[in-house]
Write a protein that binds this ligand. Structure first.
Ligand SMILES: Cc1cc2nc3c(=O)[nH]c(=O)nc-3n(C[C@H](O)[C@H](O)[C@H](O)COP(=O)(O)O)c2cc1C
Ligand SMILES: CC(C)CC(=O)C(=O)O
Length: 356
């Protein structure tokens, strides 16, 4: 309910073109719709008489011990959506104990984002989402910026060898950031001066060799974001990834893939507990988090709900979103007879209308 209210408030507050940029997806937005709908296809089957007075929902993630199971997924251009931008998001995430995955396409430089988070909580974990650049030296420069800023992990987005065709943006002619906004992490790096959406160039040539190069080059844990095929999850582990995000980019890339949730069980089976599996796409309720964790995720990311919270109310709005999800999840865990996240097991999820 809180999330729906903040979404409605954000819609009122935002320029319709910017609203469409966030809300929209690729193609006919089939995947966008299915990400949320997928959660309606699964139900929880609680266990009884085995709970406890207290619950502990913290999770140990790479570079983020004792984190909330709800992460802030990377979303671009926060200053476009609220004047306090990424710094407000960072303070809110830190206050809620949530890992912030800050993006390459940030309208605030990564050093300032991390400083804002650490100003709120000295132990706050900020991960840097990386779009591998067609020129390796630019990728390396971005990694150095993230390392120097104090990020504790890299999240390499691998579902974007090309820009997604966002139908609403094409219709609205949304190609440039308004004056005064820029992709600050790209500033002074070779390439176009920041200002256009496409100043974050995608590279169709990115390969496993680039992942090997990154893993060799940085001491930070490297996670992959945008893995759907179990064979790729297996390869990710073999190539040294410290975690895998099951994600279809919120339905913004290929509009003919399964819902993220539907890909989770096979990826979790392929990874077989060797590294954490995370999921994003369509998570809107505490019970969605419980379903994802029961199906093999260690934690979930939320994208649009955080942006709606930011656009509607700034830092307090983001806090409300993260707190609501965490509290609803804790309540669901209690109702399922769990004390820890790992008490939610595969047998406690059934397909609607069927049995397991
Ligand atoms: C406005 C917007 C911008 C995004 N920007 C990025 C980005 O820069 N890098 C990235 O890896 N994912 C990006 N994503 C995808 C999110 O990280 C995440 O995968 C997706 O939003 C999850 O789905 P949800 O919005 O249903 O929670 C973006 C998503 C949205 C809605
Ligand atoms: C600048 C864009 C590449 C950000 C993005 O990933 C998205 O809008 O989905």
């Amino acid at each position: 309910m809180i999330l729906r209210d903040l979404h409605a408030k954000a819609r009122q507050a935002l320029d319709p073109v910017h609203y469409d940029y966030v809300a929209g997806g690729a193609g006919d937005e089939r995947v966008l719709a299915d990400n949320e709908r997928a959660f309606d296809r699964y139900l929880l089957l609680p266990r009884v008489l085995r709970g406890g007075e207290r619950r502990d929902t913290a999770v140990d993630l790479p570079g983020a011990p004792g984190a909330s199971p709800v992460l802030v997924a990377p979303t671009a251009f926060h200053r476009l959506l609220h004047p306090d931008g990424e710094e407000a998001t960072a303070r809110a995430a830190a206050a809620e104990g949530a890992v912030l995955v800050t993006g390459t396409a940030s309208t605030t430089a990564v050093a300032r984002v991390v400083a804002a988070a650490r100003g709120r909580d000295r132990a706050a974990a900020v991960w840097f989402q990386l779009y591998p650049h067609p020129r390796r030296e630019v990728t390396h420069a971005l990694v150095r910026r993230a390392e120097e800023a104090g990020c504790t992990a890299l999240v390499v987005t691998v579902d974007s060898p090309a820009f997604g065709r966002h139908t609403r943006d094409l219709r609205n002619g949304f190609t440039d950031l308004p004056p005064g906004h820029a992709a600050e992490n790209m500033r002074d790096l070779p390439g176009a001066p920041p200002g256009a959406l496409t100043d974050i160039p995608m590279s169709p040539a990115v390969s496993w060799a680039d992942l090997d190069d990154l893993v060799r080059r940085t001491a930070l844990p490297v996670l992959l974001k945008g893995v759907l095929h179990p064979a790729d999850a297996r390869l990710a582990v073999e190539h040294g990834a410290a975690g895998v995000f099951v994600s279809n980019h919120g339905g913004r890339q290929c509009d003919a893939v399964p819902a993220a949730l539907d890909c989770l069980p096979a990826v979790a089976a392929a990874v077989a507990g060797r590294v954490p599996v995370l999921l994003d796409g369509g998570v809107r309720r505490g019970s969605d988090i419980a379903v994802a964790l029961a199906l093999g995720a260690s934690a979930v990311g939320v994208g649009r709900p955080v942006v709606w919270g930011l656009a509607a109310e700034g830092e307090p709005g983001v806090r409300r979103v993260l707190a609501a999800l965490r509290e609803e999840y804790d309540h669901t865990l209690a109702l399922c007879g769990g004390r820890r996240n790992t008490d939610l097991t595969r047998d406690m999820v059934v397909r609607k209308g069927g049995t397991w």
